[in-house]
Structure formats: C-alpha cells, structure tokens
Design a protein around this ligand. Sequence first.
Ligand code: SF4
Ligand code: SF4
Ligand code: FES
Length: 266
Amino acid sequence: MENRAVLLPQTNRDDWGENMMHARTLTIRIMRYNPAEPETKPYLQDFQLTEEPGMTLFVVLNKLREEQDPTLRFDFVCRAAICGSCGMLVNGKPTLACKTLTKDLPETTTLLPLPVFKLIGDLSVDTGVWFRDVSLRTESWIHTDTVFDPDAEEERMDNDVAQKIYEAERCIECGCCIGGCATANIKPNFIGAAGVNRVARFMLDPRDQRTDREYLELVGTDDGVFGCVGLMACDDNCPVGIPLRDQLAYVRRKMAQSAWNLGKTK
Ligand code: SF4
Ligand code: SF4
Ligand code: FES
C-alpha cells in the first residue's frame, strides 16, 4: 500500500511533464462585436495560448480574458454542464464550452455566439428572454380545475410517466437545439425543439387537464410543431441527451391525430 501511494503521484507527474513537453499552441478565433456600437462591424480575432492537460474552453476563455483581453465577453456560471449559460458555436457546432475539452479540438478553433438569440456582445447571448417567451406562449404550467388542498395526501404518479416527465425536465435551456435548427434560424417565432419538449412535458402530465384540441390551438401551427422539418440537428446537438427526436414525434403524432379528428367532426 505504501509503495502504491508514493508511485501513483510520481507517474502522474511524469505524464504532466510529458504532456507539457508536447503542448500545442492553440489558436482561438473569436467573433468580436458590440451591438451597442452599431457603427462597428463584427470581426474575427485570433488569440494564441499554450494547451494544458485537461483544458476546457471554459479555462481557455477565462485565461484569455485574464491574461490577454479583459473586454472579451462570454457567459459561464456552473462550469459543469448544469446551468446552460455557455452554449456557443464551436467550429460551427452548437455546444457547451465548459464541457468541451481542447484535446478534442484541432489547433485552430473558431468560436461564434449562438444564432437566433439576442446578442449581448462577442460570445454572450440572452437566452433568458427567448425561453421566457416560449414558456408563456406554450403556457408551461399545470392547467387544472382541482383546488389545491394542503392537507390532502400527495397524489401518486405512475413510475414510467414520472420518468418521462423527468427526462423532459432535464432541459438546461442552453439553446444549442435552437441555435442549430434551420427553421429557428429563418423563423423568429418558431418554438423549436426546446419548446416542443416543454409541451411534451405537460402533455405527459396526468394532472394537466388540457385536451389535445387545446394543445392543437396552442402549438399546431407552422410556428409550433408543424414548422419542424425533421432533420434532427436538435437531437444531435442536445448536450444533455434529451430524447428530442422522441419528443417531437410524440407531440406531432398527437397534434396530427387531433387535427384529423377535428377535420372529421367539422
Ligand atoms: S428536427 Fe425540427 S426542431 Fe429539430 S432542428 Fe430540425 S427543424 Fe429544428
Ligand atoms: S433541449 Fe437540450 S439543447 Fe435544447 S435547450 Fe434543452 S438542454 Fe439545451
Ligand atoms: S457554464 Fe454552466 S453549462 Fe457551461
């Protein structure tokens, strides 16, 4: 036991030394733009830094801001793929910067802000306004006539249903599914996969008393679920693996059935 405790750190130190000897010089190409100064034009600025073992884009951007340019703007809160703040285009792919390791990137990496959302500056965008708007438009709360009784025993829910609701609830509102969605990029009011996921969450919930027809009025439009062209970039880009393909299929199927029934009863 004693030998092991001494040998392991030594091996790690050797790895560290070996890594540092072959450290790459990374070029990070970042879009710079301040929308508060509309007379200026967006441009790409190159920064260089030495790669370190275990380095993420979170570390890269903070080092660049601390050591090279304090005016660089980007968002991070949790550094752990939980808060959804750090979504950006990394070499064209929407993803979370804090969970992107530089070892998985080429020597030159281009960082752009997520499209669709309001640009605050450089890599920083306002996803909050967009998500709030979608929450209001999809009426993302339980609709029920049941009066809340604080003394009543909590109602039980089927485990499978609870699990499906939990899956939808895992959305961290990073906006990666929206930034990479062709429809969202050309239709500003499209609710996108994150919006459809939110609708699915309430459709699944047995406490929500809305009928399929009411949901059809809410999202059975070209800005809603029927605007989706189904190429599934959202499913590929979701960094927390929400089954967006299944959610889109579920809501589309329900809405198509509801539209069909409505047509038959007209
Ligand atoms: S499948 Fe639909 S929601 Fe997903 S990226 Fe494509 S158009 Fe957007
Ligand atoms: S569904 Fe996934 S990609 Fe879209 S906002 Fe939520 S966590 Fe991000
Ligand atoms: S900093 Fe929170 S998800 Fe990246």
